[in-house]
Design a protein around this ligand. Structure first.
Ligand SMILES: [Zn+2]
Length: 159
């Protein structure tokens, strides 16, 4: 049985022609509408790669988020902002040059990740950055879910 590909963004079934095209351009399966959305967002290739990488890991991030005060290239709204900075500088592709910190935006505390284009250009440091950000996002998402379900227990809590 042939599995029908589905759009990573909206989950609708995607035709094989569109799927193959999308895989070649974006590395992931996207419907035509979402390919256009990404194209029109004006995000750089590196930002799009990281965004789709996080999405593929099941992290509910948004691309190019603005909360009225702060802008993020990629965001877990109200929780974590990723800002990809600067032009692609050669030789500075170490993840240690990137910063993790906290900012205030509209009275809320947000985790910010400042990351350089060059970190995302290198496949090795890209993977490291992707894993690191995904790890933080998972913790944040979990925390939100747990506090929202104060009085119920799931079997996973006992493991
Ligand atoms: Zn879609």
């Amino acid at each position: 049985m042939k599995t029908i590909p589905h759009c990573l963004e909206c989950g609708i079934p995607v035709s094989w022609g569109v799927h193959l095209f999308s895989r070649r351009i974006y590395g992931h399966c996207l419907c035509i509408k979402d390919q256009c959305m990404i194209q029109e967002s004006g995000a750089t290739g590196q930002v799009v790669d990281l965004y789709l990488g996080l999405k593929a890991l099941g992290i509910p991030v948004v691309l190019r988020h603005y909360d009225g005060k702060q802008f993020a290239d990629i965001a877990l709204p109200d929780q974590l902002y990723v800002k990809v900075k600067g032009p692609c500088s050669q030789g500075r592709n170490q993840i240690t040059s990137d910063l993790f910190g906290n900012i205030e935006s509209g009275g809320r505390r947000l985790i910010t990740v400042l990351i350089s284009h060059s970190t995302l250009e290198n496949p090795v440091t890209f993977e490291l950055a992707l894993k690191e950000i995904a790890k933080i996002c998972r913790k944040l998402v979990k925390k939100k879910v747990v506090t929202g379900m104060k009085f119920s227990f799931s079997p996973t809590q006992w493991q």
